[in-house]
Design a binder for this molecule. Structure first.
Ligand SMILES: C[S@@+](CC[C@H](N)C(=O)[O-])C[C@H]1O[C@@H](n2cnc3c(N)ncnc32)[C@H](O)[C@@H]1O
Length: 614
């Protein structure tokens, strides 16, 4: 019903489009969020620069992230088609397809990435290099940010006026009458109007009622009825499958969910990362400003990121770009590398590294010392990885092409640190790949979560707990679903009690869920970090950092305590992974069957004779 209705109406205009035509949206869904502590590190911009995005990247080369989501989407479409396979085989096949990828897949995709840092507007800081902030002439930035602030203020004022004009002083009849259209009690009521602008208005109205339910609800109507209608309306208005709308809705309160869905209609700010192997941020900024690029640092939290406001030249084809002085990279992608905190001379594994945005940052932090194994299971994607490694002047990386689940730990293991930026559904980057809105099923999430769990165990097994400088694993995704984030970490804590969660060291971000619906995660899960587009104005992201305390997989709580003592680990916040609080259960039997099936397929592919399945 929802999709049908949408195709009749066409895609709802985004706020940006509405602004572009000079026509205002009928009303803001909700008054703009006031800056909170949470947003202090990264203030969302009050004015997005969607139009500029296109011209900025017209000639840009491929960079990380957008590829990833697309790859996931493509592979899952294929997985869906293999309907004649048995359930287990389906899961397996989907995983294999996901890993192998399409050889013909485009190796390069544009990375249209946006970010903002309102806080630092007007006071640019380039603190990474020499601390000589005053040296850089960035008057253009100040002018730009003043202009943006004024526009934003005006917009906010207008939005507030509209809110008052459009919203009825008392609760109107929002929900369709129970008897109308044969709707039964408790049955989710899909949109009873064909008009998207009316649906949009109803979204606002329901939100208002939910925020003051006691006074504004219609007599005899339950909160659940309003929420059902809201989910149905959001699904129609923003064009999501009902399944995904519900899945994402449950992560937030109703008002926040609306903000989240709205934020997926707007691009994130364009950001670039200075390649400190070749230049310093201050010099790069100066060179780009001279070419007519308006930019400023992404925020105090990053020493290498720059946000691009507008540019008279294609930002992906400047001489500085071609010389490898920077890479177009989402600000969110800096975070797992910062959490990994690689040290010079370490041996590091990036288990799924193509097209190389994060691993080239790792190399820069190591100043090209030590050794990085830049692995990716998709051979086609390793070409873009190699190209980026060359362009950015990385000399300490070895590109390899293993399925991370079967990474040869016995030969190549014993790493000081391992990064697993896992393949995921991309629910954090819906703006970049709108197909995620409709092409993900429950089965896709199950398949991915299973793959992510296997990869994480393999990542853990590749680390040397006795490393003098490290012994860490960082797990990240650009998805915000609990299945792909906390549930994967919880699984690893259970299967590998020789690891424990530690602080990511990241300054901002929301704590990971310790409770989520019926699930109870380990208390140390609060050390993980979640990022959201509507809160932090960066891609939705998840980052967790684990410390391996022993190379043996301990069997008892005491074993873990002993290992920790031996490794002299003092982590006030983190709690032992083998705690009794661990109440989440796992379907070990199902895992066993899938792993066994994978093993059989692998043996077969290597030419071994494999006995028939029982
Ligand atoms: C999120 S992307 C990685 C992005 C990369 N870290 C970067 O910053 O550019 C996930 C990657 O996982 C790879 N992948 C999928 N399944 C894999 C597996 N079983 N083993 C290793 N890599 C895998 C995909 O080919 C994809 O390149």
């Amino acid at each position: 019903m929802g999709r049908k209705q949408k195709s009749k109406q066409g895609v709802p205009p985004t706020l940006e489009e509405t602004r572009g035509t000079g026509k205002k949206p009928e009303a803001k869904v909700e008054k703009k969020r006031k800056p909170t502590e949470e947003t202090a590190a990264l203030q969302p911009p009050k004015k997005q620069i969607a139009q500029e995005k296109k011209s900025l990247f017209e000639e840009s080369e491929s960079e990380p992230e957008s590829n990833d989501v697309k790859a996931a989407g493509d592979e899952f479409e294929e997985a869906d088609e293999s309907s004649e396979l048995e359930d287990e085989e389906n899961v397996d096949q989907a995983q294999d397809e996901f890993v192998q990828g399409d050889e013909a897949e485009e190796e390069s995709e544009q990375d249209s990435i946006f970010d903002s840092d309102e806080e630092s507007r007007g006071k640019p800081m380039f603190s990474d290099d020499s601390g000589e902030e005053d040296d850089l002439q960035v008057a253009n930035l100040e002018a730009m940010s003043r202009k943006l602030d004024e526009e934003a203020e005006l917009e906010e004022k207008e939005a507030e006026e509209e809110l008052h004009t459009n919203i009825h002083p008392t609760a109107p009849t929002i929900l369709p009458p129970k008897e109308e259209g044969g709707l039964a009690d408790g049955q989710p009521m899909s949109a009873f109007t064909q008009d998207l602008s009316q649906i949009q208005l109803r979204i606002q109205e329901i939100n208002r009622v939910l925020n003051d339910f006691k006074n504004l609800c219609e007599p005899g109507r339950s909160r659940a009825e309003y929420i059902d209608q809201l989910i149905s309306d959001v699904s129609v208005y923003y064009g999501y499958s009902k399944f995904l709308t519900e899945k994402l809705f449950e992560l937030f309160s109703a008002s926040e969910a609306i903000e989240f869905f709205e934020s997926n209609e707007l691009p994130r700010p364009v950001t670039i990362r200075t390649n400190t192997l070749k230049t310093q941020r201050r010099e790069l900024a100066q060179a780009l400003i001279n070419r007519g690029v308006n930019l400023e640092p992404v925020g105090k939290w990053s020493k290498v990121g720059l946000q691009v406001f507008e540019s008279q030249v294609p930002i992906g084809a400047t001489p500085e770009y071609l010389a490898g002085h920077y890479i177009l990279q989402a600000a969110s992608s800096f975070l797992p590398v910062m959490a990994l905190a690689p040290q010079p001379n370490e041996r590091i594994l990036d288990m799924s590294s193509a097209p190389g945005g994060k691993i080239t940052y790792v190399a820069a932090l190591q100043k090209n010392t030590g050794v990085i194994f830049a692995n990716d299971a998709n051979k086609a994607r390793t070409k873009a990885l190699t190209a980026n490694i060359h362009r950015l002047g990385v000399r300490n990386a070895i590109v390899c092409n293993y399925d991370g689940r079967k990474f040869p730990n016995d030969v190549l293991g014993g790493f000081d640190r391992v990064m697993l930026d896992a393949p995921c559904s991309g629910t954090g980057v819906i703006y970049k790949d709108q197909s995620v809105k409709t092409n993900k099923s429950e089965r896709d999430f199950d398949t991915l979560s299973h793959l992510q769990r296997q990869l994480l165990l393999s990542a853990i097994d590749s680390v040397d707990a006795d490393s003098k400088t490290g012994g860490y694993i960082v797990y990240s995704t650009c998805s915000i679903t609990v299945d792909e984030d906390e549930a994967v970490i919880q699984y690893a804590l259970k299967k590998r009690p020789n690891v424990k969660l530690v602080s990511t060291g990241l300054e901002f971000g929301r704590e990971g869920f310790v409770r989520f619906r019926e699930k109870r995660f380990h208390p140390s899960m609060k050390l993980t970090r979640r990022y959201y587009p509507h809160v932090h104005n960066i891609d939705g992201f998840f980052v967790a950092k684990l410390k391996k305390v022993s190379d043996k997989i301990p069997q008892t709580v005491n074993d873990v305590a002993e290992a920790e003592e031996e490794h002299d680990i003092v982590e006030e916040d983190s709690v032992n992974a083998n705690s009794e609080n661990d109440s989440l259960t796992f379907d070990d039997e199902a895992d066993k069957a899938i792993i066994e099936e994978n093993r059989r397929k692998w043996l077969k592919s290597k030419g071994y004779k494999v006995s028939k399945k029982n």
